[in-house]
Design a binder for this molecule. Structure first.
Ligand code: UDP
Ligand code: MG
Length: 323
């Protein structure tokens, strides 16, 4: 191992942030006397992000990078970063400086105290819309109700992970990678450091509400079977209810000699059940889709180029992404 900390930075169209994120990390780490390497993952940027990274790598021997052939998403980029780790621990941090690099020495200190995973908990979020804060607040709480894995509340991907845990993470074979959940699943000694999440330095967020909603479904499906069980429970309740209604209707007709027309009940019941069935088919479909992707076995990402040379990129290319 060449250094203490490998810092992984996934970046998609972050040309305006690359230089600053590097200098802030370098200043912080030099001041704290922690040896480090930077691993940039260019997730198919269409701006000058890769050129910027290459420029830095040409002048700094502790900078490595991999560039994807197209955009594969933050989860794939961080998975690639963890595969490249050489240090005794790894830190995953965003390129837009929302996670302040100045917090890394605090994470490092906790790691030195014997914790295997030290994650940053957002005590405050600057400059984010109320809708984003609210949806994020709800997401973590719903996820907590739905899964038995103790995924901490209000914690993003910003964290320090011991090398032992990194190796275990790299060995997990799943294609649907909800990174923060996977680290919770692995376990070991984990603790939190509170920090204030800053506003994005430059550029725009890469996550629309729609993309966030899809990611939330991915997270839920990969960490919980509860949605399937909700279908069973709902089906059972409706079956018992309709059985009771049938008995009442039979009594009305045969015993009380009443003949009440039931069009309204029939039509609303039909549409209601039609809707519920479609939703449940969707829930089933989500799980089947995930199984399909897993069975297909495509690599998580395709490497366009890498500072580790053509040999490294060709092995990463050929399905060894998650072996
Ligand atoms: N990112 C990435 N691939 C993507 C989307 C985002 O590598 O498909 C990177 C992005 O460059 C940034 C980090 O992931 O470094 C977090 O993204 P962003 O700041 O857009 O998300 P937000 O903080 O708004 O949730
Ligand atoms: Mg951000």
């Amino acid at each position: 191992m060449t250094c203490e900390i490998s810092i992984i930075i996934p970046a998609l169209d972050e040309e305006e942030n690359i230089d600053l994120v590097f200098s802030r990390i370098k200043d912080t780490m030099d001041k704290a006397c922690i040896t480090f390497e930077l691993i940039f993952i260019d997730d198919g940027s269409t701006d000058k992000t890769l050129e910027k990274i290459k420029g830095l790598a040409a002048n700094n021997t502790n900078i490595r990078y991999t560039s994807f052939s197209r955009n594969f998403g933050h989860e794939a980029a961080s998975s690639c970063g963890f595969k490249m780790v050489n240090g005794k621990a790894a830190v995953l941090i965003d390129a837009d400086l929302q996670d302040p690099p100045e917090v890394i020495p605090q994470l490092y200190k906790k790691w030195k105290e014997g914790y295997d995973v030290v994650y940053g908990r957002r005590s405050r979020r600057w400059n984010e819309t109320i809708l984003k804060k609210l949806s994020s607040y709800l997401f973590y709480r719903v996820l907590r109700i739905f899964t038995s894995v103790p995924i901490p509340l209000d914690v993003g991907d910003f964290r320090l992970v011991d090398h032992k845990v990194v190796s275990l993470f790299n060995a997990l074979p799943e294609r649907n990678r909800f990174v923060r959940g996977m680290f919770s699943w692995i376990g070991f000694k984990q603790t939190a450091i509170e920090y204030e999440r800053s506003a994005r330095n430059k550029g725009k967020t890469k996550y629309s509400y729609f993309k966030l909603a899809l990611l939330s479904i991915d997270a839920l499906v990969s960490f919980s079977l509860v949605p399937l069980r909700v279908c069973i429970a709902f089906g059972l309740i409706i079956t018992v209810l309709s059985f009771c209604i049938t008995i009442v209707i039979a009594l009305q007709r045969l015993v009380w000699d009443l003949n009440i027309p039931g069009y309204a009940l029939m039509t609303s019941g039909m549409f209601f059940l039609g809707g519920v069935q479609l939703i449940f088919l969707g829930v089933l479909g989500e799980y089947i889709g995930k199984i399909y992707k897993q069975v297909q076995g495509r690599p998580l990402f395709v490497v366009g180029e890498s500072s580790d040379g053509p040999a490294a990129s060709s092995t990463t290319n050929s399905i060894t992404t998650v072996d």
